[in-house]
Design a protein around this ligand. Sequence first.
Ligand code: KG4
Ligand code: ZN
Length: 338
Amino acid sequence: MSTLILGIESSCDETSAAVIEDTKILANIIAGQEVHRNYGGVVPELASRAHQQNIIPVIDQALKQANINKNQLDAVAFTRGPGLLGSLLVGTSFAKSFALALGIPMIEVDHLKAHILAHFIRDDQRDPVPKFPFLCLTVSGGHTQIVRVDDPYSFSILGQTIDDAAGEAFDKAAKIMGLPYPGGPVIDKLAREGNAGSYSFPKPRIPGLDYSFSGLKTSFLYRIRDELKKDPEFIEKEKANLAASIQSVIIETLMDKLMLAAKETGINDIALAGGVSANSGLRDTVTATGKKLGWEVFIPDFEFTTDNAAMIAVAGYYKYLRKEFASQDITPYARSSF
Ligand code: KG4
Ligand code: ZN
């Protein structure tokens, strides 16, 4: 007997609903929020309001596309955190009422673990998945972590950022250059036309497996400010080279610690997760490094790099197998719990 799970994701600025049958996706609907574009970042109040507007149409559409009736669902999985509290409350409250009305269990899911478990979404049981234990570099707008995963329930953080996340470094660099939010994809695109050796920025020196990106943002800002004094057209003329240069420092920084973690643990199954894993430079570098060092590399399909409910549903599926259900008095958390 297969299990049908509805997944709901509302931690930041994407309202998403997915239906999975065991680990196979039947629908994965994502509604982005255009309202933040003019503000250079996500505005929490506007995000909650947009989730409130989107959630029912998105769930309706997911059920329709999956071609199932809500009464066929075995459970509803939702993102409990980390994320914006007001946004998380929309998904959590919806999951509670839905589970109560249908008389089915609800399952709380940690957003960051879900990003990692997205690697276990598969249509066919023969599709390759990481072998346990594996290391996952989770790089998103809010987090940068190297996580050791021993099974679908055991995660330990080996290193993480002490200030900005890698996605934030991309977004802030883009903002400094006057590019639209989110800046990561824009920098990625520009970088392909630029020369990464044009400008050098210092790599952060942090001991162990932790990261830091706030100094990089400051040196990028100062360099641009100085150049603008000499030539007001500097950004316009140099944006591709600037994008390529900042992107390459971010990638090198990410890779240095990832290689160290693989060496220290002796683990050779390496996965990427989170929004920044959509970056073409990072994907190419991890693949090339994997070839050189004998890693088995797992890079998520583009649709599962940024926030989506399919990853919430698959993470929910593993908890369903263990009957790890949530109760009606559950509340979201803004910060990571693991
Ligand atoms: O995982 P995600 O969708 O949301 C969070 O949980 O934060 O990640 C969003 C982050 C943003 O900072 C965005 O700029 C970055 O992922 N991002 C990228 C690319 N696509 C998205 N960064 C670099 N290159 C990309 N192609
Ligand atoms: Zn995310």
